[in-house]
Ligand binder design. Sequence first.
Ligand SMILES: NC(=O)c1ccc[n+]([C@@H]2O[C@H](COP(=O)([O-])OP(=O)(O)OC[C@H]3O[C@@H](n4cnc5c(N)ncnc54)[C@H](OP(=O)(O)O)[C@@H]3O)[C@@H](O)[C@H]2O)c1
Length: 327
Amino acid sequence: MRAVVYDTYGPPEVLHLEDVALPVPKEDDVLVKVHATTVNRLDVHTREANRSSGPVVSVLSRLVSGVRRPRQPILGSEFAGEVQAVGAAVTEFAVGDHVFGNSGLRFGAHAEFMCMRESARIARMPAGMSFQDAAPATDGALNALTCLTAADLRKGKTILIYGASGAIGTAGVQLARHFDADVTAVCTTKNLDLMRSLGADTVIDYTREDFTKNGHAYNVIFDAVGKLSFTQCIGSLEPGGLYLPTDGFGNLVRAMMPSRAGAKKVVFQIPPRQTKQDVAFLKELIEAGKYKPVIDRSYPLEDVIEATRYVETQQKTGNVVLTIKGG
Ligand SMILES: NC(=O)c1ccc[n+]([C@@H]2O[C@H](COP(=O)([O-])OP(=O)(O)OC[C@H]3O[C@@H](n4cnc5c(N)ncnc54)[C@H](OP(=O)(O)O)[C@@H]3O)[C@@H](O)[C@H]2O)c1
């Protein structure tokens, strides 16, 4: 089968198309013929061994994905496709089912075929959804869900989402709305209408207004793009307010430190627990019309380097999809 492979950590140019062996499903595996996948920030960070986050994070990253070279040479965590074969113990899926999901750090989706354990983050595709629309449904949304679950959002709570136009942010706005919170979305001018269409109650253009100086305070500040710090946000949090980061070694450390009851604090779930039930939950939300992944651009698999360069601009709106011909 054809796959995008990388043998060494480095810039987007280390990615190349190669013919590799077809994966063979184990007893509890589903073999998926991948029709669409994405390039996301997890792919980008892993491919460069998190070098841009500094030496400590880079060493930790290599311990996870391979010290000298990547153990898994095929990136891609999100997928949508068709079940091609199932292992003998699989009961939930049958050949021909349309499925979507997320392989996380096991990756493997930038290929014509991939294996997923039946118990992993895989579900039947939402009714009426195309492969291209389903592929980007999980990465941003699972990351947002992990963070927002910790915040116990409900009616009467206020949340500010910074970086609301990214993969995590666009999902975060829709999920926070679903949880009935009052949502303020922060982004640039070109994305203000999109934020309103996703359900934000208030939008702030960060090129015109600094939310940390506008006198408002929130129960929760969700930094969906890793550009803020707890210190910057503390004055904009209500007493007992939570700062939810998506990134940053310092935030990890801070989240582990004990804090006084009722104090403002950093909440970072470690390790992020994302389950098959979470994917089923997203499927329900999609079918109920409450969540729709935002797609910025689509590229054929062959243009993975160009797609990756675009993701690395950190200016994508929502998600970048890769489509697989013949997949
Ligand atoms: N996706 C993952 O798998 C994953 C996993 C773990 C952690 N993370 C971390 O989570 C964060 C977000 O990931 P993502 O995939 O959602 O990002 P993303 O989609 O690449 O975010 C792009 C968006 O960020 C906004 N942005 C860029 N610079 C900004 C700035 N200075 N201030 C405010 N907004 C800015 C841009 O919107 P505007 O044009 O409106 O500014 C753009 O729409 C990153 O820090 C990433 O490292 C991601």
